[in-house]
Design a protein around this ligand. Sequence first.
Ligand SMILES: [Mg+2]
Length: 363
Amino acid sequence: MRSEAPLGAPRVSVYRVPTDAPEADGTLAWDSTTLVLVQVEAAGRRGLGFTYAATAAATVIRDTLAPLIVGGDAFDLPRHWDAMRRALRNQGQPGIGATALSAVDLALWDLKSKLLDLPLASLLGEARQSVEAYGSGGFTSYDDDRLAAQLAAWTEQGCRAVKMKVGGDRERDIVRVRRARAAIGAAELYVDANGALTVPQALDCATAWAPLGVTWFEEPVSSEDRAGLALLRRRAPAGMAIAAGEYGWSPAGFRALLEGGCVDVLQADATRCGGVTGFLRAAALADAWMIPLSSHCAPALHLPLACAVPRMARLEWFHDHARIETLLFDGAPRLTDGRLSPDSARPGLGLEFKAAEARRFAI
Ligand SMILES: [Mg+2]
């Protein structure tokens, strides 16, 4: 029998890290990324979790979620998840509410594994010891040389697939996709329109890009347009997968995409969908529908999960987040021969927050 480990008050802090160059996709542009960090202690150990979200998530954590878990048992994670979700009912469970819940759940799983002195991947149970990653960036704000250099660098590091942003100007996108194809040799080329296109535009692009070896078309239309995604999935050229799921905020959100026949690959983001708990539920749904699952962004957080879930497709090695996680955390994973492996000597998520280095980014 384990002894009870009462949870302390979660501590929340927020960091805004400038990008290394202006970044943009088909529907947004940004020059910094905000990380909301949660740290929570029990029985002398400290767990950490984070989300990439607005500072408003920190307020939700402090005001609404933290009081619910203080004094609770550090091992009773489903109980805390349910209580936090219930408490968000009137504020909104999706969006900011879900990012706040995700950060706390991640911190609780990190803490639980540390209390048991196990890497999170071992606590969950490994399906594999390492996971293949795809390089992801190729922002629409890059000039063509920078685009080509970034994608080529990932293939040189062993990635067998890379992803670029599309969805701006059609003619320019064709030039960019051709340039990317020329830069990456035999690697698979993924494209992400971030919901920028209409169904006819997306069909037109899919037809134009298929001969260039585009094997993954992410959010060709808005993920809210499930009928549009389903139609594109049926009509896409052979060998081109339709991917979506980064705005799955709850198990029901993933169920809707799967039930609607919207995706060939389901994406899930543990910093949005309810942390480790929410990600495992997304994985169970994908398994039931026999659809591969890929993690979205935040590679350091997803690595242990990607080693544990069934039907895992490639993990996203997102340029902006890989950079931030290396900057702010000791133990952040490194790309080796296109793969990531958890450090079996480090308990929990395997991350140590670099508080001193992070101070200059604090807001
Ligand atoms: Mg995307």
